[in-house]
Design a protein around this ligand. Structure first.
Ligand code: SF4
Length: 485
């Protein structure tokens, strides 16, 4: 007898789901579908537009659920290009029996179109959740330019995207305000912000790598993006440029436009002459989002001289936090669309994200489960973006209080706000598991203490006690084993 492998690889052909199954797009031609202008003009921005697209069939309770979420929970406003909506419940027409349940259960819907009943009611937010959970603004060295790691920076050029994701980590700044979140606004004019960024990079030779992001660079008029990158290419110390765009998947039509391809080719030629690498980083969370148009847009970008297209997904319960879902996605990226699976980030501790977040323990198990199936160069690392630290591989933690769900992390560099902090590299930094994933004792502790004024101190004391108890227990285990042996 042989035992089956935990995961069975099967090559899979990419499919563009039939958009005419939706009443609102019944008459949309292929030319319409492949036109970026048509896609932008037909984006779904509210409940009533969604109802018009889906037509009859989806229960009213879904729209009520969605409306309640928009009013009471959403940190991002609704914005779905048809390309993105079409990857939800592929193969199911809203008029089919069971379509409402299929829509509720759909993994892409779960993060792009969250509804109130998706969220937890016990702990909708972690007590330590914050709007700018990674403290990117604290580390701005010019408005929108975050300098966290020693050799690289993040340039937030604009605060908008062609699609808005429910779990967006930059929910503080990106997108339109919602009833729950009044968004921050950049103070300076774009042209002045870009000048200040370029000026900082010119006088900071230790920075060699710029992530050009937002928002999503696909929302920037291409000539402005090209001008900014051309300026980066003139700075001797800049050796790597990475363009962040989820639109490669959500609106691939953008990257297939002739003027965009021609502009990327001009940048690719200059980059090659100067020995600089330009790469694209995209954000795909489920295999269903990889369609032939996504593969075509990726190929078009690689043909312009882009060195690599890499995926930085986000690990989310109900979407992809399962070994099969992760491996299906990685193979769809790699085989179908020539996109390198690169990272999966644990979902950040923003408000109302507890139903998506997983514990560090689960993230470690998932990392273990996906090892060995993909080529090493395409095996993504699952990382935790620890506040005030940065990305850490999930197995890198220094200590882990599982009862209270507090992991402790160290770091080996100073961020831009710690130049004078002598203890920055000696300290441990905390990250918190979702409370509903903890053992009952830990959940009870949080229920009792979450409102305390001295909450942080109480957490530290409790964590120390539980670590001590764990150590004592560990000491006793070998003795017990020895007796039984
Ligand atoms: S594309 Fe990125 S920046 Fe834009 S909403 Fe989604 S996660 Fe946020």
């Amino acid at each position: 007898m042989t035992s089956a492998q935990p995961y069975l690889y099967r090559g899979r052909e990419l499919v563009e789901p039939d958009w005419t199954r939706f009443a609102g797009w019944r008459d949309a031609s292929r030319a319409d579908w492949e036109s970026v202008q048509w896609q932008r003009a037909h984006c779904v921005k509210n409940v009533s537009q969604l109802r018009d697209v889906l037509g009859d069939g989806i229960d009213e309770r879904f729209y009520a659920d969605l409306g309640r979420d928009q009013a009471e929970r959403a940190t991002m406003s609704m914005l779905l290009p048809p390309q993105m909506l079409n990857t939800m419940m592929p193969g199911v027409a809203p008029s089919n029996a069971g379509a409402t349940e299929a829509f509720y259960a759909d993994p892409v819907r779960r993060y792009m179109l969250p509804v109130f009943s998706d969220r937890r009611t016990d702990w909708p937010s972690h007590p330590y959740a914050t709007r700018d959970s990674l403290h990117e603004h604290d580390m701005w060295v010019a408005e929108g330019l975050t300098h966290r790691y020693p050799t690289k920076v993040l340039a937030e050029l604009l605060p908008t995207c062609p699609q808005y994701c429910g779990h967006c980590t930059r929910m503080d700044l990106v997108g339109n305000s919602t009833p729950q979140v009044v968004k921050l606004k950049f103070g300076a004019k774009p042209v002045d912000r870009y000048d200040a960024m370029i000026d900082y990079l010119r006088r900071t030779p230790e920075v060699r790598d710029v992530v050009v992001s937002g928002g999503d660079v696909a929302n920037m008029p291409f000539k402005n993006l090209e001008a900014f990158i051309a300026r980066l290419l003139e700075i001797d110390n800049i050796r790597d440029i990475r363009l962040a765009t989820k639109a490669l998947m959500g609106l691939p039509q953008h990257w297939l436009q002739d003027d965009v391809r021609a502009g990327m080719e001009r940048l690719g030629t200059t980059a090659r002459d100067r020995g600089v690498q330009i790469a694209i980083h995209t954000h795909v969370n489920h295999a269903n989002s990889i369609t032939p148009l996504v593969a075509k847009a990726t190929r078009a970008m690689l043909d312009t001289g882009v060195r690599d297209v890499r995926n930085q997904g986000v690990l989310m319960e109900g979407v992809n936090a399962d070994p099969h879902q992760l491996l299906d996605l990685c193979f769809a990226l790699l085989d179908g669309a020539e996109i390198l699976p690169y990272y999966f980030y644990m979902c950040d501790m923003i408000p109302f994200s507890e139903h998506w977040r997983v514990s560090v323990d689960k993230a470690q198990q998932l990392q273990h489960a996906i090892m060995g199936y993909l080529p090493g160069f395409a095996t993504p690392r699952i990382v935790c973006d620890v506040p005030f630290v940065g990305k850490r591989w999930v197995h890198q933690l220094a200590d882990y209080d599982r009862e209270h769900g507090i992991s402790y992390w160290t770091k080996n560099y100073r961020t831009s706000i710690e130049a004078d902090d002598v203890d920055a590299l000696e300290r441990t930094y905390a990250y918190y598991d979702p409370i509903h994933t903890l053992p009952e004792a830990g959940q009870g502790w949080w229920r009792r203490h979450a409102g305390d004024d001295d909450f942080t101190a109480a957490a530290a004391v409790a964590a120390k006690a539980s670590r001590q108890a764990a150590l004592t227990q560990a000491d006793q285990v070998p003795v017990a084993r020895a007796v039984h042996a």
